[in-house]
Design a protein around this ligand. Structure first.
Ligand code: NAD
Length: 480
């Protein structure tokens, strides 16, 4: 057991923390060492039934709670998150691997999401439709009902807040199943909600065998909305389950972010931004820049500059000061990276940096930051989401080629363009099929802007007014 890992693991149902009682457990591992550090209790079918009943009670209570009272709890939760930032960030690093600076940034962003949603809770307006004098029609916006939310391990604090905040702002109750691998971060976030005064039945947090949990929660008529962050195949599977009860869905799935780099960009600045962003969270980011399509005139300089900066990155434990990239989150990821690199090299790609596991990584899940150039289009990595520290570089000639490449895959989450040409910037913003586009920037996420994708990357948005709207249903009342 690792002394620093002090998450108080449990299931949170009906305002009670549940542990033991013969429940099966799963070890939460430290990705920097591969060692187990705590045992997580897993929900039984009876626990999930109890969570559903609590969510139903919580919905009745919460939808009738005044918007300003809902907002006050979100604000208080944000304050607790900020107060406990060091504790939360330490747990996130110890169970997910990311470096401390990123974990602290994640806590701060999660708090700002709560603050934004506190405002949105008080701005859920309807409409009055013009009718003959003395009569009217009203369009009301009402909370959809109890939400079942499932989210991934890559942002163990923020993903949880991004699910709970809009649900609570809209007046919904929620059952969230965060990733079992990063349970401690989620549990400590739930404790902030609890300590901020959120009534016990309004938010439940469960862990278990993912397929068992999602089948049971989505089959229940109590659940009125599915919100999922994770991979495309799991997302498609969950949508099929959700269809049986015709529930509302928000799907935040994977991507394969194209980056179009034009001859006229500020090359050094572009490289500094892109290398830092590529290897953030060891590349385990749904909006990660992945395929770098670089205009012929600067291709060689771009590839060499990318490789040079990549080789200089310091890889190690996320807890150690000076580390720029930590381990991957679980043992599956380095293996997946090794397979993709082998396949790309066999297909003819040139390895410019990294390409394998870190020497002296002990039992940790480390993979070296990797750069591959001249990657053929049929290499697996050019078609499957790597979700890891691999940069794929290819040349293009014309702007038309670049757009064709950007739109080639079924994904449509994030895309990036680097060019100083204003006319071209506008054209790219229009033509690229992605839910979020960064022009000369990699910053795609802000509390007030919708975050989400198109095509196989999902539908519906989180954050912004759109994130709350996704938890509302319209009702029209005609009055004569
Ligand atoms: P995975 O698809 O097995 O799991 C991803 C997440 O979904 C996990 O948190 C898991 O608990 C959950 N999950 C899996 N099956 C589920 C089910 N039947 N019901 C409910 N939840 C379920 O993949 P992985 O190996 O953990 O991660 C790698 C892949 O996940 C990547 O290829 C990437 O596309 C995707 N991913 C995407 C995001 C994102 O932000 N969009 C985040 C993390 C992972």
């Amino acid at each position: 057991m690792v002394a620093d890992y002090d998450a108080r693991l449990g299931l949170y149902i009906g305002g009670e923390w549940l542990t033991g009682d013969g429940r099966e457990t799963q070890d939460v591992l430290n990705p920097a060492t591969g060692a187990g550090q705590a045992a997580l209790p897993l929900a039984t079918p009876a626990d999930l039934d109890a969570a559903l009943e609590a969510a139903q009670r919580g919905f009745v209570l919460w939808r009738a709670t005044a918007p300003e009272a809902r907002a006050a709890i979100l604000i208080k939760t944000a304050a607790l998150l900020r107060e406990r930032a060091d504790h939360l960030a330490r747990i996130a690093t110890l169970e997910q691997g990311k470096i401390q600076a990123e974990a602290k940034g994640e806590v701060a962003f999660a708090a700002s999401l709560l603050e934004f949603h506190a405002g949105e809770a008080q701005r859920i307006y309807g409409r009055v439709l013009p009718r003959p004098q003395g009569t009217r029609s009203l369009v009301l916006q009402q909370p959809v009902g109890p939400v079942a939310a499932f989210c991934a391990w890559n942002f163990p604090i923020m993903n949880v807040v991004r699910k709970i905040a809009p649900a609570l702002a809209a007046g919904c109750s929620i059952i969230i199943k965060p990733s079992e691998e990063t349970a401690g971060s989620a549990v400590e976030v739930l404790r902030c909600f609890q300590d901020a005064g959120l009534p016990g039945d309004v938010a439940q947090c469960v862990f278990g065998v993912p397929d068992m949990v999602s089948r049971q929660l989505l089959a229940s008529p109590i659940t009125r909305k599915l919100s999922f962050t994770g991979s495309v195949p799991v997302g498609k599977h969950l949508m099929k389950l959700a269809a049986d009860t015709m529930m509302k869905t928000t799907m935040e799935l994977g991507g394969h972010g194209p980056v179009l780099v034009f001859d006229d960009c500020d090359l050094d600045k572009t490289l500094d931004i892109l290398v830092a962003h590529k290897f953030r969270n060891a590349g385990q980011v749904c909006v990660a820049p992945t395929r770098f399509h670089v205009q012929q005139g600067i291709y060689d300089r771009f590839a060499a500059g990318f490789a040079e900066r990549t080789k200089a990155l310091k890889v190690g434990s996320g807890m150690a000061s000076g580390t720029q990239m930590g381990p991957m989150a679980n043992a599956r990821r380095p293996q997946a990276m090794a397979d993709l690199v082998d396949d790309a090299r066999t297909a003819g790609a040139r390895l410019l940096a990294g390409g394998g596991r870190l020497e002296e990584s002990g039992g940790g899940f480390f993979f070296t930051p990797t750069v591959l150039a001249d990657v053929p289009l049929d290499a697996r990595a050019m078609n499957e989401e790597p979700f890891g520290p691999i940069a794929l570089i290819r040349p293009f000639e014309t702007v038309e080629d670049a757009v064709e490449q950007a739109n080639r895959l079924p994904f449509g989450l994030a895309a990036y363009c680097f060019t100083e040409n204003g006319r071209r910037q506008n054209m790219l913003g229009d033509a690229i099929e992605a839910g979020m586009i960064g022009i000369n920037t990699v910053k795609l996420s802000a509390p007030d802007s919708p975050f989400g994708g198109m095509k196989d990357s999902g539908h519906g948005s989180e954050d912004g007014p759109e994130g709350v709207a996704a938890h509302l249903v319209s009702k029209t009342v005609h009055m004569v």
